[in-house]
Design a protein around this ligand. Sequence first.
Ligand SMILES: [Zn+2]
Length: 297
Amino acid sequence: MKCLVLGSAAGGGFPQWNCACRLCALARAGDKRARPRSQASVALSADGENWLLVGASPDLRQQILANREMAPRAARHTPIAGVVLVSADVDGIAGLLVLREQSPFKIFAPDSTLRILQENRLFASLDPSLVVRVPIAAGVPVETGFGLTLTLLGMPGKIPLYHEDRGAAEAEAAVTYAARVEGGGRTVVVAPACAEVTDDVLEKLRGADVLFFDGTLFADDEMITAGLSGKTGRRMGHVSVSGPDGSLARLAAHPGRRIYVHINNSNPMLLEDSAERAMVNAAGFEVGYDGMSFEIK
Ligand SMILES: [Zn+2]
């Protein structure tokens, strides 16, 4: 299976358009240690010709232009054969609007997310006779039709910010999703949002040869100490990288390749010569970057 990181940053990207925090300022100044990143999306393919996108980032147009694998092979063609929506947040679905020029592809998503697309008239621009909506349920494998088997995995999470007014109780119960993709005897899991690495989560991630995991925040209180927000990572639906319950500790025994994606611009591991980056690498984890590309055989 071929893996291509189209975007490795969390919502807002790196640098974020309205942020001049220390890291964003370095990225904006072109500092080599702070490589700019677009919003998270990972592309997977069994044959190199038909690709499944995990997440449709608002940066999708730029991501298609930046990666030759995403280029059309003929007049009116796209190698994007499918998109799986693991989040209904703006940074997970807005990219669909880029794909509205009469090319056929499939959207795989849970019912709740398909309803959001249905309710929002903007997404009617994706002609349903060409862009097939395929409802998928957590834990039930589906054949994509282009050599990959896709399973949605429920993850501890939160509801999209624009639905937060529906109340705390619903927020508590909300889940987000990861995508488990199998092809050519290999398994990749893409989990850009996970509020807590529970034993149940460890069980779901088991057997992943490559794991793209939530690298939003290095420390749970990072947004607060940087003066960027009043919310902890946990409150935002993202487990921190560091700490006793952080992903570095909880995924320490995972035997596959572990790559952080969905990295927020406040996360000091973005900086290539930082102590935090060194700590992550020393633990055997990798920090994803836009254009990161490899094949697992
Ligand atoms: Zn920033």
